[in-house]
Write a protein that binds this ligand. Structure first.
Ligand code: FES
Ligand SMILES: [Fe+2]
Length: 401
């Protein structure tokens, strides 16, 4: 399928409906998504807490593109394509690590943490190391959150920086540590994983544990005009905590109140961590939901931040990377235990895996027809799909120009 084929599928989608099957299953559509969406968006890459010290690195896969985020000796964070300038081997396997220098495992070309090539054995006298630095990517940080963009000219970042930072700042990511990280393999297209993650139509019955604390039946996800929501917003204002909502078409953030009687987003509704990241109001500050298209959402409560990232791997395979942050002084086994901390989102992720995989199997059926989203219960899913279609159409338009 070429761009005309993708364009025809986008054009065949009735407004307010899910996508035609090809966009969820065709290998060409997956390659298109990588170029048109993941290659041209700001992507959530992780937290500064994961790469705090010089030499700390984060090696991640964006589809089949290996990327490195590295903390330099000068304290600066940089992002590079994880591809050696000799013959292209990756320098670091996916995961977190620390290195004084980045040495390619193949023929030992060695790079500084700033990407400069420092050593390349047995190359001729006229070989210029200065021409063979690692290829860099755009990187931005906001309140301890790392964003990268693979595009030559990235989308404007200034509104996110200005509007999201005040909402994130009270959660003190500058003094956070990673308590747990997990990867869940889901056999579904990344867009089905995200569509599921953007709605709570399925939550009341599909996530009994989440439904205890999370307002799963609120219209438009968070009913910000209800009397309880207004009382919550007034209480947050008194504490000096901004609630939003803020956002643009590709990101959004809002602080919302948990269901009455609950102070934490846990299975019990009680705190799982005794040292809070934000102790204003005794920690009873609801949850800040922030979400970045194409593939991320996060919940920041007073005691932890949970980050969800759907990493596309193949047309029918997505790896959900989950990260839990807690205060750096919280001691495992004393102030929290990982099982209790992670129980709610681990259960929720497993339930969602089944929903997304069921969805993929059914979408593959010849009987599948794009269906209508509920304007109230699936508004954020509709927003995601509309954003995807606009991003895709923009790419096709530019390619044709
Ligand atoms: S590919 Fe890296 S040193 Fe040869
Ligand atoms: Fe869900």
């Amino acid at each position: 399928m070429d761009l005309n084929g993708i364009s025809a599928l986008l054009g065949a989608r009735p407004a307010g409906h899910s996508l035609p099957r090809g966009l969820y299953s065709d290998p060409a559509a997956f390659e298109f998504d990588m170029e048109a969406v993941f290659g041209r968006s700001w992507l959530f890459a992780g937290f500064e807490a994961e790469v705090r010290n010089p030499g700390d690195y984060l090696s991640i896969m964006i589809g089949h593109w290996p990327v490195l985020v590295v903390r330099g000796r000068d304290g600066a964070l940089r992002a590079f394509h994880n591809s050696c300038r000799h013959r292209g081997s990756i320098l670091c396997k996916p995961g977190n690590g620390n290195a004084a220098r980045l040495t390619c495992p193949y023929h030992r070309w060695t790079y500084g943490l700033d990407g400069r090539l420092l050593a390349a054995g047995r190359m001729p006298d006229d070989f210029d190391k200065g021409d063979h630095a690692l290829v860099s990517l755009h990187l931005e940080t906001v309140a301890g959150v790392i964003f990268i963009c693979l595009a030559e000219t990235p989308p404007d970042f200034s509104v996110l920086r200005l509007d999201l930072a005040p909402l994130l700042a009270p959660h003190r990511f500058d003094r956070a540590k990673v308590a747990h990280k997990s990867v869940l393999v889901e056999y579904a297209n990344w867009k089905l994983v995200m569509e599921n993650g953007r709605e709570c139509y399925h939550c009341a019955t599909g996530h009994p544990e989440l439904a205890r604390t999370f307002p799963v039946t609120a219209d438009e996800y968070f009913d910000l005009d209800g009397s309880e929501a207004r009382a919550f917003a007034a209480r947050m204002t008194d504490l000096g905590l901004p609630t939003g909502p803020v956002g643009e078409d590709w990101w959004q953030a809002v602080r919302f109140g948990l269901n009455p009687g609950n102070v934490a987003m846990t299975v019990s509704g009680d705190f799982a961590v005794s040292k809070l990241m934000c102790d204003l109001g005794g920690g009873d500050i609801g949850s800040l939901r922030w979400a970045i298209e194409p593939n991320n959402f996060c919940h920041s409560t007073s005691e932890y931040t949970f980050a969800f990232n759907a990493m596309p791997v193949a047309p029918g395979e997505t790896h959900v990377v989950s990260t839990w942050l807690v205060d750096e002084d919280a001691v495992e086994g004393v102030d929290y235990d990982v099982a209790t901390l992670t129980q709610l989102w681990t259960l929720t992720n497993l339930q969602d895996k089944e929903f997304a995989e069921n969805n993929q199997i059914g979408v593959n059926s010849p009987g599948y027809r794009p269906g209508p989203y509920s304007p109230s219960a699936e508004s954020l899913t509709l927003r995601f799909v509309d954003w995807y279609c606009a991003k895709a159409a923009d790419y096709i338009e530019r390619a044709a120009a």
